[in-house]
Design a binder for this molecule. Structure first.
Ligand code: BES
Ligand code: MN
Ligand code: ZN
Length: 503
């Protein structure tokens, strides 16, 4: 979807979207149209049975006295205060309505004159961003069906006053970069595992080079030389070779980078501890952590963030075969610690053990955040509403929680601690890769990974419940969500970025 910004007056044809406020308040643009049409807008708002709520749309078809085909009044403003996220969600509602109307192009009148906490340029851009995020769908493998013509907004023109248009033009690239990062992550997660296998994923990371990201691909020989035997043990059942990809965006010279680590299991069959057939197709999404890391680097580089961020993803496929690892195998991780593999389906933590160790060892980051679709137990605990947050560092935890609230990518903190470390003690090795049956499963995964962080400030986001949605959400149609990109972009902007004009 394209977004255009103009200081020109709204056109006399097509679909016009006009922001209105709470309790029937009219924006300057709405008041002008109301006057021209002999009070049509006020009457329409009054006829809806109470003033429309934030994000509601009131439609005027062939409005009397006005030349447009269709006018949509978009209500903005929540009684408890309107955040940018609320405006984005209103943009999402707009995308839905335009899709239902099969309107590919619409014009948004200026929100100037409304009592909102953000200036008109920010409001219009937030609406456009929400529209973009909500309108995206993964359709590349579908022929258009004659009985279902595609209803999708393709272009939104933002009409703003001269000065606001200027401000919006300046902020648009940053906004577009964030959206592009989210959509990049969604694309990767949506691709099936026959298309996006570890080699293909590694090559896809190379696309970031065009944005100025340094990309280094470590192949199997290199991983062997590094001693990443926990990761390699997961990969050994697959015909596809594993990769670790290191991506670095240096938009600022900082002493230590922020490190983002992603679980990239391109398909998780469970291995020899094989999963049931029912629903196994969903396990193509088991690389969503890695996709979020790629998407975040995409966003940061595209908006030229003044930050130093390194992303490291472990790419493998977890398959059962004659070469697959077996339950009971003992492997030595890169850190030197040994792991008894009780369940080959607890593979993500084996991958992350080596990738986290490697990342802290090579980069000595100021903080390290891993993202992983790690446990079904996290979904049992939190549903699909929030991702699990585990953190060794209070400040990092607080910052992540706040970034989550601001972006709508909500987190909920779950515990770590010595008592839980008992759960992963092995009789024959330093650790085993599962905890106790039906006890604190998400934490067992987290404390396992923590053993390989070497004490650097670290957080683990278990995104098993949030990386994919089976229901439409305000900013995301059913399917891959791109969860983590907006959250991490926000974290960087707030705490890891030097002030400056870009971004
Ligand atoms: N990728 C799965 C986690 C998962 C399961 C995500 C269901 C979304 C839905 C992970 O690799 C896994 O299989 N975890 C096991 C761990 C267990 C064997 C300790 C799980 O959660 O069942
Ligand atoms: Mn698994
Ligand atoms: Zn998995």
């Amino acid at each position: 979807m394209r977004v255009e910004i103009t200081a020109a007056p709204v056109p006399e044809t097509g679909v016009l979207v006009v922001p209105v406020g709470r309790e029937g308040a009219l924006s300057t643009a709405a008041a002008a149209l109301d006057a021209r049409s002999g009070g049509l807008l006020r009457r329409a708002l009054a006829a809806t049975g109470g003033p429309p709520k934030h994000g509601e749309l009131v439609e005027l078809l062939l409005p009397a006295g006005l030349p447009q085909e269709r006018i949509l009044l978009l209500a903005l403003g929540k009684p408890e205060g309107t955040r940018l996220l609320d405006l984005e969600e209103a943009g999402g509602a707009l995308a839905q309505r335009l899709a239902a109307l099969r309107s590919a192009r619409a014009h948004l009148a200026s929100p100037a004159g409304l009592d909102l906490p953000e200036p008109p340029a920010r409001v219009a851009l937030a609406l456009a961003t929400g529209c973009r995020l909500r309108a995206w769908r993964f359709t590349k493998y579908q022929h258009e069906r004659p009985d279902e013509p595609k209803g999708r907004i393709e272009e939104l023109v933002l009409h703003l006053e001269e000065e606001a248009a200027e401000a919006a033009r300046a902020a648009l690239p940053g906004e577009a970069a964030r959206v592009a990062g989210v959509l990049e992550a969604r694309e990767l997660v949506s691709e099936p595992a026959n298309v996006l296998d570890p080699p293909t994923f590694a090559q896809a990371c190379r696309r970031l080079e065009r944005l100025g990201v340094e990309v280094e691909i470590l192949d199997k020989d290199r991983l062997e030389a590094l001693g990443m035997r926990a990761l390699l043990a997961v990969a050994q059942g697959s015909a596809k070779p594993p990769f670790v990809v290191v991506m670095r965006w240096r938009g600022a010279a900082r002493e230590k980078p922020l490190a983002l680590v992603g679980k990239g299991v391109c398909f998780d069959t469970g291995g020899i501890s094989i999963k049931p057939a029912q629903g196994m197709e969903e396990m193509k999404f088991d690389m969503a952590g890695a996709a979020a890391v790629v998407g975040t680097l995409h966003a940061l580089a595209a908006r030229k963030a003044r930050a130093d961020v390194v992303g490291v993803v472990g790419l493998v496929e977890n398959m059962p075969s004659g070469t697959a690892q077996r339950p009971g195998d003992i492997v030595r991780a890169m850190s030197g610690k040994t792991i008894e593999v009780i369940n080959t389906d607890a593979e993500g933590r084996l991958v992350l053990a080596d990738v986290c160790w490697y990342t802290q060892d090579r980069f000595a980051p100021e903080a390290m955040i891993d993202l992983a679709t790690l446990t079904g137990a996290c979904i049992v605990a939190l549903g699909h509403e929030r991702a699990g947050l585990f953190a060794s560092d209070e400040r990092l935890a607080g910052r992540l929680l706040a970034a989550g609230e601001a972006t709508g990518e909500l987190l909920w903190r779950l515990p770590l601690g010595k008592a839980y470390e008992q759960h992963i003690k092995s009789e024959v090795a330093d650790f085993k890769n599962v905890g106790r049956a039906r006890e604190a499963g998400a934490t067992a995964g987290a404390v396992f990974i923590q053993q390989f962080t070497n004490g650097v400030p670290w957080a683990h986001l278990d995104i098993a419940g949030t990386a994919w949605t089976s229901r439409d959400l305000p900013l995301c149609a059913k399917g891959a969500t791109g969860f983590g990109v907006r959250l991490l972009d926000r974290l960087v902007a707030e705490h890891h970025e030097e002030p400056g004009p870009v971004g």
